[in-house]
Design a protein around this ligand. Structure first.
Ligand SMILES: NC(=O)c1ccc[n+]([C@@H]2O[C@H](COP(=O)([O-])OP(=O)(O)OC[C@H]3O[C@@H](n4cnc5c(N)ncnc54)[C@H](O)[C@@H]3O)[C@@H](O)[C@H]2O)c1
Length: 252
Protein backbone atom coordinates (compact mmCIF):
# COMPACT_ATOMS: atom_id res chain seq x y z
CA UNK A 1 0.00 0.00 0.00
CA UNK A 2 1.26 3.51 -0.83
CA UNK A 3 2.10 5.86 2.02
CA UNK A 4 0.17 9.10 2.45
CA UNK A 5 3.25 10.97 1.31
CA UNK A 6 3.48 8.90 -1.89
CA UNK A 7 -0.21 9.50 -2.58
CA UNK A 8 0.25 13.24 -2.07
CA UNK A 9 3.36 13.82 -4.20
CA UNK A 10 2.96 15.28 -7.70
CA UNK A 11 6.53 14.77 -9.00
CA UNK A 12 6.65 14.83 -12.77
CA UNK A 13 3.03 16.01 -13.15
CA UNK A 14 2.23 18.94 -15.36
CA UNK A 15 -0.38 21.49 -14.27
CA UNK A 16 -2.09 24.40 -16.02
CA UNK A 17 -3.68 26.99 -13.74
CA UNK A 18 -6.18 29.33 -15.42
CA UNK A 19 -6.37 32.40 -13.17
CA UNK A 20 -3.16 31.42 -11.39
CA UNK A 21 -1.98 35.04 -10.90
CA UNK A 22 -4.78 35.88 -8.46
CA UNK A 23 -4.80 35.64 -4.67
CA UNK A 24 -6.02 32.06 -4.37
CA UNK A 25 -4.38 31.14 -7.68
CA UNK A 26 -0.93 31.97 -6.33
CA UNK A 27 -1.54 29.73 -3.31
CA UNK A 28 -2.79 26.93 -5.59
CA UNK A 29 0.40 27.24 -7.69
CA UNK A 30 2.59 27.19 -4.58
CA UNK A 31 0.80 24.06 -3.37
CA UNK A 32 1.37 22.30 -6.70
CA UNK A 33 5.04 23.31 -6.76
CA UNK A 34 5.60 22.24 -3.13
CA UNK A 35 4.32 18.80 -4.10
CA UNK A 36 6.68 18.58 -7.09
CA UNK A 37 4.48 19.52 -10.07
CA UNK A 38 5.56 21.69 -13.00
CA UNK A 39 3.14 24.62 -13.19
CA UNK A 40 2.08 26.91 -16.04
CA UNK A 41 -0.17 29.91 -15.42
CA UNK A 42 -2.64 31.35 -17.89
CA UNK A 43 -3.98 34.75 -16.81
CA UNK A 44 -4.43 38.36 -17.93
CA UNK A 45 -2.14 39.51 -15.07
CA UNK A 46 1.54 38.44 -14.93
CA UNK A 47 2.81 35.73 -12.63
CA UNK A 48 6.18 34.25 -11.66
CA UNK A 49 7.42 31.16 -13.46
CA UNK A 50 5.99 29.70 -16.64
CA UNK A 51 3.37 32.30 -17.63
CA UNK A 52 1.08 32.61 -20.65
CA UNK A 53 -0.79 35.91 -20.96
CA UNK A 54 -4.35 35.55 -22.20
CA UNK A 55 -7.70 37.33 -22.11
CA UNK A 56 -10.16 34.57 -21.34
CA UNK A 57 -13.00 36.61 -22.85
CA UNK A 58 -11.40 35.85 -26.24
CA UNK A 59 -12.30 32.28 -27.20
CA UNK A 60 -9.81 31.91 -30.06
CA UNK A 61 -6.93 33.34 -28.00
CA UNK A 62 -7.84 31.08 -25.08
CA UNK A 63 -7.83 27.95 -27.24
CA UNK A 64 -4.52 28.88 -28.86
CA UNK A 65 -2.84 29.77 -25.55
CA UNK A 66 -3.98 26.57 -23.85
CA UNK A 67 -2.63 24.50 -26.77
CA UNK A 68 0.67 26.37 -26.59
CA UNK A 69 0.93 25.98 -22.79
CA UNK A 70 0.26 22.23 -23.01
CA UNK A 71 2.86 21.96 -25.78
CA UNK A 72 5.42 23.74 -23.57
CA UNK A 73 4.56 21.50 -20.61
CA UNK A 74 4.80 18.44 -22.93
CA UNK A 75 1.40 17.16 -21.83
CA UNK A 76 -1.06 17.79 -19.05
CA UNK A 77 -2.08 15.99 -15.85
CA UNK A 78 -3.84 18.72 -13.87
CA UNK A 79 -6.11 21.59 -14.90
CA UNK A 80 -7.21 24.14 -12.29
CA UNK A 81 -9.57 26.98 -13.19
CA UNK A 82 -9.93 29.94 -10.82
CA UNK A 83 -10.15 32.87 -13.22
CA UNK A 84 -13.16 35.01 -12.44
CA UNK A 85 -14.76 38.38 -12.21
CA UNK A 86 -15.08 38.63 -8.42
CA UNK A 87 -16.70 41.15 -6.08
CA UNK A 88 -13.68 43.47 -6.26
CA UNK A 89 -13.36 43.44 -10.09
CA UNK A 90 -13.49 47.03 -11.30
CA UNK A 91 -15.65 47.22 -14.41
CA UNK A 92 -18.72 49.38 -14.98
CA UNK A 93 -22.09 47.78 -14.24
CA UNK A 94 -20.60 44.95 -12.14
CA UNK A 95 -20.19 45.30 -8.35
CA UNK A 96 -23.04 47.78 -7.98
CA UNK A 97 -26.64 47.48 -6.73
CA UNK A 98 -28.78 45.17 -8.90
CA UNK A 99 -30.65 48.00 -10.65
CA UNK A 100 -27.28 49.33 -11.91
CA UNK A 101 -25.82 45.97 -13.02
CA UNK A 102 -25.58 45.82 -16.83
CA UNK A 103 -26.08 43.04 -19.35
CA UNK A 104 -22.64 43.86 -20.75
CA UNK A 105 -20.98 43.17 -17.37
CA UNK A 106 -23.15 40.05 -16.93
CA UNK A 107 -22.07 38.70 -20.34
CA UNK A 108 -18.38 39.47 -19.78
CA UNK A 109 -18.47 37.77 -16.39
CA UNK A 110 -20.11 34.66 -17.79
CA UNK A 111 -17.40 34.51 -20.48
CA UNK A 112 -14.60 34.56 -17.92
CA UNK A 113 -16.24 32.63 -15.07
CA UNK A 114 -18.05 29.96 -17.05
CA UNK A 115 -17.40 29.91 -20.82
CA UNK A 116 -13.64 29.77 -20.33
CA UNK A 117 -14.13 26.62 -18.23
CA UNK A 118 -16.00 25.02 -21.14
CA UNK A 119 -13.20 26.05 -23.52
CA UNK A 120 -10.44 25.03 -21.11
CA UNK A 121 -11.80 21.55 -20.57
CA UNK A 122 -12.54 21.09 -24.29
CA UNK A 123 -8.98 22.04 -25.29
CA UNK A 124 -7.22 20.00 -22.58
CA UNK A 125 -9.49 16.92 -22.57
CA UNK A 126 -7.39 14.71 -24.82
CA UNK A 127 -4.14 15.44 -23.00
CA UNK A 128 -5.76 14.86 -19.60
CA UNK A 129 -7.12 11.55 -20.87
CA UNK A 130 -3.68 10.34 -21.88
CA UNK A 131 -2.33 11.12 -18.39
CA UNK A 132 -2.61 8.30 -15.90
CA UNK A 133 -3.61 10.90 -13.27
CA UNK A 134 -5.90 13.36 -15.08
CA UNK A 135 -7.54 15.74 -12.62
CA UNK A 136 -9.57 18.92 -13.06
CA UNK A 137 -10.38 21.29 -10.19
CA UNK A 138 -12.87 24.11 -10.77
CA UNK A 139 -13.51 26.97 -8.35
CA UNK A 140 -17.09 27.68 -7.35
CA UNK A 141 -18.07 29.57 -4.16
CA UNK A 142 -20.51 29.48 -1.29
CA UNK A 143 -22.60 31.63 -3.69
CA UNK A 144 -22.82 28.65 -6.03
CA UNK A 145 -24.70 26.87 -3.24
CA UNK A 146 -26.55 29.46 -1.15
CA UNK A 147 -28.10 32.86 -1.82
CA UNK A 148 -26.40 36.06 -0.69
CA UNK A 149 -27.46 37.61 2.62
CA UNK A 150 -27.60 41.24 1.54
CA UNK A 151 -27.78 42.39 5.17
CA UNK A 152 -24.02 41.66 5.33
CA UNK A 153 -23.35 44.54 2.91
CA UNK A 154 -25.57 47.20 4.49
CA UNK A 155 -23.83 50.57 4.88
CA UNK A 156 -20.81 49.46 2.77
CA UNK A 157 -19.80 49.96 -0.87
CA UNK A 158 -19.67 46.18 -1.35
CA UNK A 159 -21.97 44.33 -3.75
CA UNK A 160 -22.63 40.76 -4.84
CA UNK A 161 -23.45 40.71 -8.57
CA UNK A 162 -26.16 38.38 -9.91
CA UNK A 163 -23.81 37.02 -12.60
CA UNK A 164 -21.31 35.97 -9.92
CA UNK A 165 -23.89 33.73 -8.27
CA UNK A 166 -25.21 32.43 -11.61
CA UNK A 167 -21.71 31.57 -12.82
CA UNK A 168 -20.70 29.87 -9.57
CA UNK A 169 -23.89 27.77 -9.57
CA UNK A 170 -23.04 26.89 -13.18
CA UNK A 171 -19.55 25.72 -12.13
CA UNK A 172 -21.10 23.10 -9.84
CA UNK A 173 -23.27 21.71 -12.62
CA UNK A 174 -20.31 21.71 -15.04
CA UNK A 175 -18.29 19.81 -12.42
CA UNK A 176 -20.88 17.02 -12.48
CA UNK A 177 -21.24 17.15 -16.27
CA UNK A 178 -17.49 16.86 -16.88
CA UNK A 179 -17.07 14.31 -14.06
CA UNK A 180 -19.34 11.84 -15.83
CA UNK A 181 -18.23 12.79 -19.34
CA UNK A 182 -14.50 12.35 -18.67
CA UNK A 183 -14.74 9.31 -16.36
CA UNK A 184 -13.05 6.97 -15.77
CA UNK A 185 -9.77 8.50 -16.96
CA UNK A 186 -10.13 12.03 -15.66
CA UNK A 187 -11.57 13.15 -12.32
CA UNK A 188 -13.36 16.49 -12.04
CA UNK A 189 -14.09 18.19 -8.71
CA UNK A 190 -14.93 21.63 -7.36
CA UNK A 191 -13.74 23.73 -4.43
CA UNK A 192 -16.19 26.23 -2.93
CA UNK A 193 -14.43 28.77 -0.71
CA UNK A 194 -16.25 31.06 1.68
CA UNK A 195 -15.36 34.75 1.91
CA UNK A 196 -11.64 35.45 2.21
CA UNK A 197 -10.55 38.27 4.51
CA UNK A 198 -9.04 41.10 2.43
CA UNK A 199 -9.49 44.40 4.20
CA UNK A 200 -13.26 44.52 3.78
CA UNK A 201 -15.07 47.14 5.90
CA UNK A 202 -15.13 46.25 9.61
CA UNK A 203 -18.95 46.17 9.74
CA UNK A 204 -18.99 43.50 7.00
CA UNK A 205 -16.19 41.44 8.55
CA UNK A 206 -17.90 41.46 11.96
CA UNK A 207 -21.30 40.43 10.51
CA UNK A 208 -19.64 37.73 8.41
CA UNK A 209 -17.72 36.42 11.41
CA UNK A 210 -20.91 36.23 13.48
CA UNK A 211 -22.53 34.06 10.78
CA UNK A 212 -19.54 31.68 10.55
CA UNK A 213 -19.44 28.72 12.96
CA UNK A 214 -15.61 28.74 12.99
CA UNK A 215 -15.73 32.43 13.91
CA UNK A 216 -13.59 34.06 11.22
CA UNK A 217 -13.36 34.80 7.50
CA UNK A 218 -11.17 32.55 5.34
CA UNK A 219 -7.50 32.94 4.44
CA UNK A 220 -5.92 31.92 1.14
CA UNK A 221 -3.87 29.36 3.06
CA UNK A 222 -7.10 27.59 4.10
CA UNK A 223 -7.39 26.37 0.49
CA UNK A 224 -4.03 24.59 0.34
CA UNK A 225 -5.25 21.32 1.82
CA UNK A 226 -8.26 21.21 -0.49
CA UNK A 227 -6.11 21.77 -3.59
CA UNK A 228 -3.53 19.18 -2.47
CA UNK A 229 -6.28 16.64 -1.81
CA UNK A 230 -8.21 17.04 -5.05
CA UNK A 231 -5.42 17.39 -7.63
CA UNK A 232 -3.65 14.11 -6.92
CA UNK A 233 -3.96 10.48 -5.90
CA UNK A 234 -5.10 11.23 -2.35
CA UNK A 235 -8.55 11.63 -3.92
CA UNK A 236 -8.20 9.00 -6.68
CA UNK A 237 -11.72 7.60 -5.99
CA UNK A 238 -13.40 11.03 -5.78
CA UNK A 239 -15.09 12.69 -8.74
CA UNK A 240 -17.98 15.14 -9.16
CA UNK A 241 -17.50 16.34 -5.59
CA UNK A 242 -17.79 19.89 -4.26
CA UNK A 243 -15.40 20.49 -1.37
CA UNK A 244 -16.73 23.41 0.68
CA UNK A 245 -14.06 25.37 2.60
CA UNK A 246 -16.09 28.02 4.40
CA UNK A 247 -15.71 27.62 8.18
CA UNK A 248 -19.28 26.31 8.20
CA UNK A 249 -20.85 29.51 6.75
CA UNK A 250 -23.19 27.55 4.45
CA UNK A 251 -24.39 24.86 6.88
CA UNK A 252 -27.33 26.78 8.34
N1 LIG B 1 -11.87 35.55 -2.59
C1 LIG B 1 -12.97 35.00 -2.13
O1 LIG B 1 -13.50 35.39 -1.09
C2 LIG B 1 -13.60 33.85 -2.88
C3 LIG B 1 -14.68 33.21 -2.30
C4 LIG B 1 -15.30 32.17 -2.99
C5 LIG B 1 -14.81 31.79 -4.23
N2 LIG B 1 -13.76 32.43 -4.79
C6 LIG B 1 -13.32 32.00 -6.12
O2 LIG B 1 -11.95 31.68 -6.10
C7 LIG B 1 -11.38 32.01 -7.37
C8 LIG B 1 -10.15 32.89 -7.18
O3 LIG B 1 -10.56 34.08 -6.50
P1 LIG B 1 -9.51 35.17 -6.00
O4 LIG B 1 -10.06 35.74 -4.76
O5 LIG B 1 -8.13 34.63 -6.04
O6 LIG B 1 -9.70 36.29 -7.14
P2 LIG B 1 -8.59 37.20 -7.86
O7 LIG B 1 -9.34 38.36 -8.46
O8 LIG B 1 -7.45 37.48 -6.96
O9 LIG B 1 -8.10 36.24 -9.04
C9 LIG B 1 -8.83 36.05 -10.22
C10 LIG B 1 -7.87 35.94 -11.38
O10 LIG B 1 -8.63 35.83 -12.59
C11 LIG B 1 -7.94 36.58 -13.57
N3 LIG B 1 -8.84 37.03 -14.62
C12 LIG B 1 -9.97 37.77 -14.50
N4 LIG B 1 -10.47 38.06 -15.71
C13 LIG B 1 -9.64 37.49 -16.62
C14 LIG B 1 -9.61 37.45 -18.04
N5 LIG B 1 -10.53 38.08 -18.79
N6 LIG B 1 -8.63 36.76 -18.65
C15 LIG B 1 -7.66 36.13 -17.90
N7 LIG B 1 -7.63 36.14 -16.57
C16 LIG B 1 -8.62 36.83 -15.93
C17 LIG B 1 -7.39 37.79 -12.81
O11 LIG B 1 -6.34 38.44 -13.53
C18 LIG B 1 -6.95 37.17 -11.51
O12 LIG B 1 -5.60 36.79 -11.53
C19 LIG B 1 -12.47 32.66 -8.19
O13 LIG B 1 -13.05 31.72 -9.06
C20 LIG B 1 -13.46 33.11 -7.14
O14 LIG B 1 -14.77 33.18 -7.64
C21 LIG B 1 -13.13 33.45 -4.13
Amino acid sequence: MKTLNELMRLDGRRALVMGGSGHIGRVACETLKELGARVAVLDAQPSDGLFFPCDLKDEAATRKTIRYAIHELKGLDILIHLAAYVGTTKIPGWAVPFEKQTVQAWEEALKVNLTSVFVGVQESREDLQTSAHGSVVLFSSIYGIIGPDFRLYEGTEMANPAAYNASKGGILQMTKYFATLLAPKVRVNAISPGGIHRNQPNAFVERYRQKTPLGRMGREEDLKGAVAYLVGDLSCYVTGHNLVIDGGFSIW
